[in-house]
Design a protein around this ligand. Structure first.
Ligand code: NDP
Length: 448
């Protein structure tokens, strides 16, 4: 008789959990995964994927608005939220099926129910079944934080926004991070009246502020109301079924929906980690070492639940590394440096490496190169928005330390540039690369 029911038991079938389970099974391990909601996790079910589909739809609205300068006469263009919502959700259903198939094809056993720890090597399923495992991997992700204020139960989070019965005519968004800025842009382009409420003057705090500062004026020019240095103090139901949002600056705003996007915290509540002797860290996150091992030798954790870098591709890498380490005879950990990222705002913002401020703290001689340009595609729009790229370089070695950009397709462009930055290439290497003209990306090899 085997000592344990499984070699690996994974809790949570999101990006990190699915990758770890599939790779572990490919090494011959006996693997099972428990998922209390839907296979695919936040990214696939109610995050990156459906969000990006909404971004595509909203960029189309923006293009429609200046179709005439491209010679197109469009009749009465009507947007129907329900059609878009249902299309997006049907694609999410398709992807969920694929995630389940991937696990099934890999020989991973699936339990569509909640699992909680009963000890370092044991979990209990919601159905009551007790399961033992040599290793348990926690990949339960994160959950939106809901600040305390009267009427917060009338508000929604990014969990609910993909299922709204109607498009809100008036949307108030609280926060100035990824989710707030992205959904403000989506619903504004789709025709909602959007008000963004941010507690400070700064949005997207972790990004290069010399680039980020270009975004608020564009958001305002596109019709959004930005309430900076303000907090929501109260949300109340109004007589006609809409909401009234009170702000700390005295403003009162009528709204149909209020989206709270004030960060996400580790999904560890009620997991029973104390039964395995694990104490939680900041915001309920599970502390792990470089190999994603917790303080308990048999328990590992990857992805948002560890609150290292809350990004899907990072969780996938961490999950893969755990499987390689435990079952592939290849102990390895993930390099968390130089991770490229993007905000699908409108226009998008993307970055890799150090901001100017970070570089100046670490290096004596920092050189900055910029390009402030008008992307050719923007000439069709009366707003003629500009793009801005910024490169941070170590003056001593000429190595590129960071690239930051705002403009159309920034995420697509930074992914390629990130290879060069990660590889430690120099400004001279960028300059030696011949431009493709006319593109936006060519600015990267023409920076002055
Ligand atoms: P973020 O951490 O990006 O931003 C949180 C925002 O909420 C900040 O502006 C913060 O302000 C503000 N805030 C926090 N607490 C309060 C409070 N009590 N009252 C008022 N404002 C508050 O979180 P998000 O929820 O936007 O996204 C969660 C995570 O999901 C992100 O960190 C990111 O890792 C991931 N994500 C990634 C995306 C992508 O890659 N494109 C897209 C969406 C999400 P302050 O700056 O002052 O602290």
């Amino acid at each position: 008789m085997a000592e344990y029911d499984y070699d690996l038991f994974t809790i949570g079938a999101g990006s990190g959990g699915v990758r770890a389970s599939r790779i572990a099974a490919s090494y011959g391990a006996k693997v099972a995964v428990a998922e209390e909601y839907r296979f695919g996790g936040t990214c696939v079910i109610r995050g990156c994927v459906p969000k990006k589909m909404l971004v595509y739809a909203s960029i189309f609205a923006e293009q429609l608005s200046h179709a005439t300068t491209k010679g197109w006469t469009i009749g009465d263009a009507i947007f129907d939220w329900a059609t878009l919502r249902d299309f997006v959700n049907s694609d999410v259903d398709r992807l969920e099926g694929l995630y389940g198939d991937t696990l099934g094809n890999a020989g991973v056993e699936r339990f569509n129910e909640r699992a909680v720890f009963t000890g370092p090597n044991s979990v209990k399923l919601a159905s009551g079944r007790e399961i033992s495992a040599r290793y348990v991997l926690v990949a339960t992700g994160s959950w939106p934080v809901m600040p305390e204020f009267p009427g917060n139960d009338l508000c929604i989070t990014s969990n609910e926004i993909f299922h709204l019965p109607q498009q809100p005519k008036r949307l108030v968004v609280m926060g100035g991070g990824y989710i707030a800025v992205e959904f403000a842009g989506i619903f504004n382009a789709l025709g909602s009246k959007v008000t963004l409420v941010n507690r400070s003057e700064t949005i997207l705090r972790t990004y290069e502020q010399g680039v980020v500062e270009r975004l608020p004026p564009i958001m305002q020019a596109r019709g959004m109301d930005l309430q900076m240095n303000a907090q929501i103090t109260k949300v109340e139901k109004a007589d006609e079924g809409s909401l009234v949002v009170s702000l700390s600056n005295g403003a009162r705003i009528d709204a149909d929906q209020v989206l709270i996007a004030t960060g996400r915290s580790a999904n560890t509540a009620g997991l029973g980690l104390e039964a395995a002797g694990i104490s939680l860290g900041h915001n309920g996150a599970i502390p792990v070492n470089a190999y994603s091992k917790t303080s308990c030798d048999s328990i590992y954790a990857v992805g948002d639940v560890t609150d290292r870098v809350q990004l899907t591709p990072v969780a996938i890498r961490e999950g893969h590394a755990v499987a390689d380490t435990l079952f592939g005879d290849n102990p390895r950990h993930v390099d968390h440096s130089m991770i490229a990222s993007a905000v699908f705002s409108q226009p998008s913002i993307a970055a890799v490496g150090l901001t100017e401020e970070q570089a100046r703290r670490e290096f004596d001689d920092v050189k900055i190169y910029t390009s402030d340009f008008r992307p050719m595609g923007n000439i069709f729009s009366p707003r003629m928005e500009r793009g801005f790229y910024k490169m941070v370089v170590d003056g001593d070695s000429d190595r590129v330390l960071g690239i930051h950009m705002i403009g159309p397709d920034s995420a697509e462009i930074i992914q390629a540039a990130a290879v060069a930055v990660k590889a430690g290439l120099t400004k001279a290497d960028f300059d030696a690369t011949v431009a493709i003209h006319p593109t936006m990306a060519e600015e990267l090899v023409l920076l002055k």
